[in-house]
Design a protein around this ligand. Structure first.
Ligand code: C2E
Ligand code: SIN
Ligand code: SIN
Ligand code: FE
Ligand code: FE
Length: 358
């Protein structure tokens, strides 16, 4: 079996707990002469717990029959710490009754060393217990370390991905919008609506991250159309409407939850509840819920914002349009959630106002 160097083992802290000072001195002598240098001798069992927190021993040699606090109670205290790295507790005993030994094992003891002590046996077993515990501790630390590393890398990847998404979304809106705050407001409103609709926290975060890409397809629309100050002609409008499918195509082929939802939103954010939307003319709950949520958030924010082709609408008129289109453009349940708490959406609006042009 693989064993650690003696030097490493000799530096491990060992607790010796016995109310009889003669025993403490004897064990101290045996272990010190064998090279162990970190022995903590404890004659008052009531001190074990606080000394444990302080020293983190690798082995505890424990007497059972002690006044004040017996060995069972000491083990109970130690076990209740729920320390995953609790070291082996080895009972020092002159008793050999099976019931007595079983009770100690149940209480958390690893093994026994018989009194009177046989020097060679004692040293051999101390060494084995220390070997096992040091190995256990190394494995455990390594596992913690690896888990931490994986978590950190996953977080980095997620952050990188979110950053790319935000930048892409921003780039898409940037041409037809002054500050790009539309996508921030719109995505926060999506998450708020989703929460009100009972989505899990995780799903709300997902739509928060996925919805900024809803208009990514506008990248494919020429400036002459996208930035046209007035009403679009028939062909211009047909071109404009392709931004939903262009977006869906741009977001295809990645099966992360995030990209799947982003694609779903890009494709469906102009579908309408009554079936009069585009590109597919889906109706009611055939429209994925993410798309229905995005439609409401997008329109409310677009109405109340300046666009090259329109002024910002007064808040009251925008709310009225949502009310009028409940069950027409918008999912009636989502419209109700919005209408029941318009102020929460206005708060988002106000928190991320576009700055006036310089
Ligand atoms: P957008 O400006 O981000 O607007 C998103 C949605 O908000 C619109 O989707 C529409 O449902 C709603 N919306 C925005 N402004 C108004 C408005 O003044 N009145 C009403 N009733 N609804 C409004 P829609 O209509 O599918 O348009 C999609 C995109 O097409 C718009 O995104 C915008 O980029 C462009 N677009 C729409 N109409 C015009 C236009 O008359 N001229 C130009 N240049 N672009 C337009
Ligand atoms: C959810 O209920 O948490 C998600 C529902 C959906 O994605 O449509
Ligand atoms: C938009 O604001 O989304 C488009 C503006 C325009 O097409 O004129
Ligand atoms: Fe759009
Ligand atoms: Fe939009």
């Amino acid at each position: 079996m693989y064993a650690f160097s003696d030097k490493n083992l000799h530096e491990q802290t060992i607790f010796i707990v016995d109310d009889e000072v003669v025993n403490l001195k004897l064990l101290d002598k045996i272990l010190t002469s064998a090279g162990y240098s970190n022995l903590v001798l404890i004659s008052d069992p009531r001190e074990v717990l606080s000394l444990y927190q302080e020293h983190r021993p690798s082995l505890i040699l424990l007497d059972l029959n002690m006044p004040g606090l017996d060995g069972y109670q000491v083990m109970k205290q130690l076990v209740s710490l729920e320390d995953p790295l609790l070291p082996p507790i080895v009972i020092l005993t002159a008793q050999h009754h099976q019931e007595y030994l079983l009770k100690a094992l149940e209480a958390g003891a690893r093994d026994f060393i018989s009194k009177p002590f046989d020097r060679r046996e004692l040293l051999m077993r101390v060494k084995n217990f220390l070997d096992a515990h040091v190995a256990h501790r190394l494995v455990r630390n390594q596992k913690d370390h690896l888990e931490e590393l994986v978590q950190q890398r996953t977080l980095e990847l997620q952050e990188t991905r979110l950053e790319i998404i935000r930048r892409l979304g921003h780039a898409a809106e940037y041409r037809d919008e002054e500050t790009g705050n539309h996508i921030i407001r719109m995505s926060k409103m999506c998450a708020l609506l989703a929460r009100k609709a009972g989505w899990s926290e995780q799903q709300c975060n997902l739509i928060l991250s996925a919805s900024p890409m809803h208009d990514i397809g506008k990248i494919g629309i020429p400036d002459a159309i996208l930035l046209k100050p007035g009403k679009l002609g028939r062909d211009e409008w047909l071109t404009m409407k392709t931004h939903a499918e262009i977006g869906a195509r741009l977001l295809e082929g990645n099966d992360s939850d995030l990209m799947v939802m982003a694609r779903e939103i890009a494709l469906n954010h102009h579908e309408k509840w009554d079936g009069s939307g585009y590109p597919a003319g889906l109706k009611g709950k055939d429209i994925p819920m993410s798309g229905r949520i995005a439609a409401l958030a997008d329109v409310f924010d677009a109405l109340t914002s300046v666009r090259p082709y329109k002024k910002a609408w007064p808040l009251e008129e925008a709310v009225q349009l949502i009310r009028d289109n409940r069950g027409k453009h918008f999912d009636p349940e989502l419209a109700d959630l919005f209408l029941d708490d318009v102020q929460a959406f206005v708060d988002i609006k106000n928190a991320y106002q576009d700055l006036p042009e310089e």
